[in-house]
Design a protein around this ligand. Structure first.
Ligand code: ZN
Length: 339
């Protein structure tokens, strides 16, 4: 009961990459960089285990950014001539690469970190990848000429890599779809279909993470425009409940999402955000247990997985670590209290 996990990413140590950044530069190159990525992956596995988490991740230590980490392994994309594009419905301007030809995987994408993690933990292992809709919203297109076609092409590649990750011994594959909270009618028209294509035939647990983003300024400003109650989930959860995806990771603590919307995910495991990633204040275990208690009004015990609201990549390392500990300690209290 109440198996704990995190949305996915963890801060990179200062010897691996620049700290406190979403797009950090690596500190080394070539073999030195590979070695540093390996060491950082092991370090966070150990920290997650020692904190007492049940389903651990590679902390996304081997990729620079959650979307581009995948794109770098794809043929048919021009990274040399990036173009400026408003993404997430113009919430941010980003320099994005351009699709210029048929998409194909150059080789494996996350084998390196998945195999290292698998070799060094007996806990359940989760690997995350960007979802097709979020990828399409983070890249320009000069080849496919149609968003849905482009999304399906990416979904196919995600599926290839996901199948290989399952062979590497990964227990949970999670697709990150922050774009699902932005383009709700497209989610119903093709987003979930593309997600299901990415997850097709996977012999492991499948998850989707949908949040309101990291605690960076552009997101905080956007949230100010969303009003007193955030009801985006209300539009998409019924369709997700009807989908083939096993788990939905959502934000809860300090969020303006009405918690009763979790009821719309009947039949799914719900990864409830009980740790706020937009604040450096570390939750107390009691607070975590209380948030779990609130979520229990809407999610059955056996379906509730305490989790973080989002990734912790841009946080200070010490704070992220303290939050992991609070997460596990709070779930332990909740297990006794709500047995
Ligand atoms: Zn997130």
């Amino acid at each position: 009961m109440f198996e704990t996990t995190i949305a996915g990413s963890l801060p990179k140590p200062g010897w691996l990459a620049e700290t406190d950044k979403l797009w950090p530069q690596w500190r080394a190159q070539g073999e030195d960089l590979s070695r540093a990525k390996r060491d950082a992956t092991l370090l966070w596995l150990k920290e997650q285990e020692d904190a007492g988490l049940d389903i651990v991740t590679d902390g996304e230590q081997a990729r620079q950014h959650f979307v581009h980490g995948f794109l770098e392994a794809v043929e048919g994309i021009d990274f040399e001539h990036k173009v400026k594009m408003g993404i997430r419905n113009n919430r941010y301007d980003a320099m994005v690469p351009v699709v210029v030809g048929p998409l194909k995987l150059k080789g494996r994408v996350h084998q390196f970190e998945a195999r290292i993690a698998r070799a060094h933990t007996k806990k359940k292992l989760k690997i995350t990848m960007p979802g097709p809709m979020t990828i399409v919203d983070t890249i320009a297109d000069r080849h496919y000429g149609d968003k849905v076609k482009l999304a399906m092409a990416f979904a196919e590649l995600l599926n290839q890599e996901a199948k290989a990750l399952v062979k590497d011994g990964v227990d949970v594959i999670q697709f990150d779809e922050p774009a699902f909270n932005v383009y709700m009618s497209d989610v119903k028209r093709w987003g979930i279909q593309a997600l299901e294509r990415a997850a097709k035939g996977l012999k492991c647990t499948t998850a989707v993470h949908i949040c309101y983003g990291y605690g960076i300024k552009a997101n905080l400003d956007w949230k100010e425009t969303l009003g007193g109650e955030w009801r985006q989930y209300e539009e998409i959860f019924p369709a997700l409940a009807a989908s083939s995806i096993d788990q939905v990771s959502l934000e809860c603590i300090h969020s303006k999402v009405p918690p009763q919307l979790m009821k719309l995910l009947k039949g799914k495991d719900v990864l409830v955000g009980v740790i706020d990633v937009a604040s450096d204040r570390v939750e107390t275990p009691q607070e975590v247990a209380r948030t779990i208690g609130q979520a229990l009004k809407y999610v059955p015990k056996n379906r509730l997985f305490p989790c973080t609201n989002c990734g912790m990549a841009p946080m200070k390392r010490e704070i992220a670590l303290a939050k992991l500990q609070a997460l596990a300690a709070g779930a332990a209290i909740a297990r006794k209290k709500y047995r």
